[in-house]
Design a protein around this ligand. Structure first.
Ligand code: ADP
Ligand code: MG
Length: 587
């Protein structure tokens, strides 16, 4: 009894009773769901501008959005008597009843964005509507309204968000580098520009124009701004799908134009950018058999459905949607992409030798890429000579090559059973260790091009490349900037000498996109791994017995022979014991 009583007193003293959270705390929590990073602020503000019928949207960013995000539009503006309300939580002009929720025609509807952003930043809103009255300027700091004053603004709205998360240090600390935030913002703005081609977008980072769209209504012109002329020209338009329960339009890449990740699969549903795994799957399925394993297409698809056929109120950031008939959506998308591909781009002959067949001419085999092979005539390897004495022995037993199966795996015998070696993974490992050794000596073999090649990149790619020029030159690329988003390639790593220079560059740039913040000392290894993956022999390539033996021997000489540079196994071991067990010779 006494104990119980004491506990109750303790509780009182620690003041733990349930309480309604103070308004600032509640809105900071809600803000976390809507506003995750600078790009999410840009998204909310741009969506508001679009909802207001803007024809022109200017975006200025400083410090990757941590210092300043400004979005200015020439839309309808907010009338003076409503401007304070715009910043209140759950204040929206776009929704009045629950029924409306199921047929949403605007991008915003939750009435949360401005109040959320205002609660975690210093926000300034200047707006003037067409009702003849003077405009208003309003300031909010950490959720507190500071001032409303008259302002001689022109028609439209400007929102400035300064010092995002200044009062939520934990969140500010978690923001990625400026470069990453810049990239996210670029990704967002270019995609909205594509979805709304009739609107002129400008995007500026730290005073420098980074992207603009002409606002002519022609999506292809926006594609040129995004991807450069060459790639934009190759994209195939999807004919509008007549008669289907939903409208699908947009662009997809021909099978000859692919990339190493899924980042360029973009979907808009009723004008809203969404992330949806089943739409991604539908597109990938449409490319089935047309792309090599590990390659992904580019696609920008716009779906239009009756508002009641899709629920957009699934997530506060409105990035996910729920279709009423997901199966129908999947199959319409899959079929229209597939039909377009087959009509416009007959399947190319898949070449497993890609990147290899153009290797130095003159009857030399792929082995010419490898270090001088020991000229050993005997059939069985001679252990003492094969492993350089300074290397730790014991990582991999010495193997005798038996043959090749499925033109992909080498069969070898060791003292303790059978080994199946993935020829591609093994060669990757061999090339990688050789390149890393050359790197540490500062002497990676580079191949000058007879004629320099100019390539055009997207803003984001050029940005990434600019930061990695030094690493690229250390691994054998000779590249220099040449205009705003163009680069001149004078040399490529000798290992990639069979690839067209443009492919060689894209091979590594796409890798940069994958990792948000690689450690500086890992970048070289990552790029090297990427290059080696490209240069390694592929599955499907027939190897002579001599080539098989040489590959196995080189693998034996590696410091980490059991995995490829990306961590996948190079070999599978079947022990004598397990063989005997399988054949019923062992208990
Ligand atoms: P929502 O967009 O979900 O309605 P917001 O918090 O983003 O909520 O905006 C609140 C309201 O402020 C909007 O409903 C709209 O009336 C007004 N508003 C916000 N931004 C603009 C703008 N750029 N132009 C005109 N009105 C705006
Ligand atoms: Mg909004």
């Amino acid at each position: 009894m006494a104990a119980l009583y004491n506990r109750a007193v303790d509780r009182e003293e620690q003041s733990l009773p349930i309480r309604v959270l103070p308004e600032e705390v509640a809105s900071a929590i809600a803000a976390g769901e809507v506003v995750e990073r600078p790009a999410s602020v840009v998204k909310e503000l741009v969506e508001n501008s679009l909802d207001a019928g803007a024809r022109e949207i200017g975006i200025r960013i400083e410090g990757g959005g941590k210092k300043l995000i400004e979005v200015a539009d020439d839309g309808d503006g907010i009338s003076p008597d409503e401007i304070e309300l715009a910043l209140a939580r759950h204040a929206t002009s776009k929704l009045t009843s629950t029924e409306d929720l199921f047929a949403i025609g605007t991008l915003g509807f939750r009435g949360e964005a401005l109040s959320s952003i205002g609660s975690v930043s210093q926000l300034e809103l200047v707006s003037c509507s067409a009702d003849g009255e003077a405009g208003r300027r309003l300031r909010v700091e950490g959720g507190k309204l500071n001032a409303v004053e008259k302002s001689g603004a022109s028609l439209g709205t400007v929102v400035r968000v300064r010092q995002l998360f200044y009062n939520v240090p934990a969140r500010r600390k978690f923001l990625k580098t400026e470069r990453t935030e810049r990239r996210r913002i670029n990704e967002l703005v270019t995609r909205y520009a594509l979805a709304y081609p009739q609107v002129r977008f400008h995007l500026e980072h730290d005073g420098r124009q980074s992207f603009r769209s002409p606002g002519t209504g022609d999506r292809r012109e926006v594609l040129v701004e995004m991807f450069g002329l060459d790639r934009a020209r190759q994209m195939i338009p999807l004919p509008p799908s007549e008669g289907a329960p939903l409208l699908v339009e947009g662009f997809v890449s021909p099978p000859s134009m692919s990339r190493s990740n899924r980042r360029e699969l973009t979907f808009f549903v009723n004008g809203r950018w969404v992330h949806d795994a089943s739409l991604v799957a539908a597109v990938l399925q449409a490319y089935h058999g047309l792309l090599m394993v590990g390659r992904y297409p580019y696609a920008v698809l716009f779906l239009a459905l009756p508002p009641e056929a899709v629920d957009v109120n699934v997530h506060p950031a409105k990035a996910e949607v729920r279709f009423r008939e997901p199966g129908t959506v999947f199959s319409v998308v899959q079929r229209s992409v597939r039909a377009t591909l087959l009509r416009e781009a007959p399947p190319p002959e898949l070449s497993f030798q890609e990147g290899w067949d153009a290797a130095p001419k003159g009857g030399r085999s792929w082995l010419s890429h490898l270090p001088e092979a020991e000229d050993d005539e005997g059939l069985s390897p001679e252990p003492q000579r094969l492993i350089p004495p300074q290397r730790p022995v014991g990582e991999m037993p010495l193997l005798r090559s038996v043959g090749q199966v499925g033109t992909a795996y080498l069969v070898a015998e060791g003292p303790d059973g059978l080994y199946l070696i993935d020829q591609h993974a093994a060669h990757e490992r061999v090339l990688f260790e050789r390149m890393m050794a050359e790197l540490s000596e500062g002497d990676v073999e580079s191949q000058g091009l007879l004629q320099a090649v100019d390539i055009e990149l997207s803003e984001g790619e050029a940005d990434l490349l600019a930061e990695r020029l030094e690493v690229l030159s250390s691994i054998g690329f000779g590249i220099e900037p040449f205009g705003r988003r163009a680069y001149r390639v004078r040399a490529i790593p000798a290992l990639l000498s069979g690839l067209p220079p443009e492919r060689a560059i894209r091979t590594v740039v796409e890798e940069f996109e994958e990792d948000e913040e690689p450690l500086a000392d890992q970048i070289e290894a990552m790029v090297a791994a990427r290059v080696c993956k490209r240069a390694a022999i592929k599955a499907g390539q027939v190897l002579s017995l001599e080539e098989q033996r040489q590959l196995i021997r080189q693998l034996e000489g590696c410091a980490s022979p059991r995995t490829c540079p990306h961590g996948r196994p190079t070999m599978i071991h079947l022990s004598v014991e397990s063989l005997e067990r399988q054949f019923g010779r062992l208990g």
